[in-house]
Design a protein around this ligand. Structure first.
Ligand SMILES: *Cc1c(COP(=O)(O)O)cnc(C)c1O
Length: 383
């Protein structure tokens, strides 16, 4: 019945985790679910209020525009200017998305012909790979290894692969690893893209979810970036808005237009009221994101210490919602033992690709009291 593109999908690990979770719950286990990155904190009230108001506006009840309201795209451009000092033309260099996942999943359809390659990191957010395959392309894996600070080794990409590749996906600060990229790497990346005529698709939903003094970078801050790159951004993680489905892709005008062409044949845009509320979100005072960061920073400290004390190897992430711990051996078996002994659900690293094997990802998107409870159980497990 099903097409090959469905039949050939790798087994969906998260379905197996869900099953194990259900089973544990039915046995009466008080499960602490640290397997998904979905903020537990509510969307800030001023944004919810803006939605309530905008929902009553009849102009929002008709089809939205394909490319998104100009006012929202302006708000994105202003936000990029304020946050990164990057200038964007809201008319040509910004496109509204129904969450960044939607844009990422559709983007390869605009650039990949059958047989073309896409450079895809491993471990990674699974959508880069499946979206490439759905478009008839071939994912070429770039391993993210600890000895390279979890950055792809661009010099290790075979020249033939670089020639065949039309696009490259990347994501820093990174899910699932929690690693960040520096300006030096980004510069080299832009040179690589120029030399090999490759479009860089940088997925950047965690740019504001950082915990040290220095902010995270946008790839578009690099000289020449706009000639070869676009960046996906999302309100999901920054403002606790995963359920709202709104994001954007910005940067190279031709790439943005290509994604727009695909989208205009598939969806009919983002609900106008959600865009109106998105404008309010992007204009939030700094204190809004600062408060969210405070909460996450505290949770990371608690869980980092507990995992260290347990004897796992990991670095404290300077950004993102994830701790990426080396357990060694089979990550699926380790996650199973962890659930058995502690009631904690974490994600086996192999679910993000073969180079994730041996690692376990812990998310911090549960209430702080539950993170503390998880830490207490980990301590008990270690004793
Ligand atoms: C959460 C996440 C997204 C998806 O964000 P949405 O805007 O909610 O679709 C994209 N990429 C990565 C790496 C993520 O972790």
């Amino acid at each position: 019945m099903y097409a090959d593109r469905i039949k050939n999908l790798p087994p969906y690990l998260f379905a197996a985790i869900d099953k194990a979770k259900q089973e544990a719950r039915s046995r009466g286990v008080d499960v602490i679910d640290l397997s998904v990155g979905d903020p537990d904190l509510p969307t800030p009230q001023h944004i919810v209020k803006a939605l309530n108001q905008a929902a009553s506006d009849p102009s929002n009840h008709q089809y939205p525009s394909y490319e998104g309201k100009l006012a929202f795209r302006k708000a994105v451009a202003d936000w990029y200017q304020r946050t990164f000092g990057v200038q964007l033309d809201p008319q040509k260099e910004v496109l509204t998305l129904i969450g960044s996942k939607e844009g990422i999943a559709h983007a390869p359809l605009a650039f990949i012909n059958p047989g073309d390659a896409a450079l895809v990191p491993d471990p990674a957010y699974p959508v880069y790979r499946t979206a490439t395959v759905f478009a008839g392309g071939e994912p070429v894996i770039m391993p993210l290894l600890r000895e390279n600070r979890f950055l792809p080794d661009l010099d290790a990409i075979a020249p033939a692969d670089a020639r065949r590749a039309k696009i490259m996906f990347l994501n820093y600060p990174n899910n699932p690893i929690g690693a960040s990229a520096d300006g030096k790497f980004f510069k080299k990346l832009i040179d690589f893209a120029h030399d090999n005529d490759i479009i860089i698709m940088h997925d950047n939903p965690y740019s504001e979810t950082y915990y040290d003094e220095k902010r995270s970078l946008s790839l578009l801050e690099m000289e020449g970036a706009k000639e070869v790159a676009v960046e996906f951004h999302s309100l999901s993680k920054t403002y606790n808005m995963t359920g709202w489905r709104i994001g954007s892709v910005v940067g190279n005008a031709d790439v943005v237009a290509g994604i727009g062409k695909i989208k205009s044949n598939i969806d009919s845009g983002t609900f106008g009221a959600v865009q109106d509320a998105g404008i309010v979100a992007l204009g939030s005072p700094k204190s809004v994101v600062d408060e969210i960061r405070q909460v996450y920073r505290h949770r990371i400290e608690i869980l980092y210490k507990a995992l260290k004390d347990l004897g796992l190897e990991l670095e404290k992430p300077r950004a993102t919602l994830y701790l990426w711990a080396w357990a060694g051996g089979s990550s699926i078996e380790y996650a199973g033992r962890l659930l058995e002994k502690t009631g904690i659900v974490a994600t086996p690293g192999v679910g993000f690709g073969k180079y994730g094997e041996g690692y376990i990802r812990f998310s911090i998107t549960q209430p702080t009291a539950r993170i503390e409870e998880a830490a207490a159980r980990l301590e008990k497990m270690g004793n």
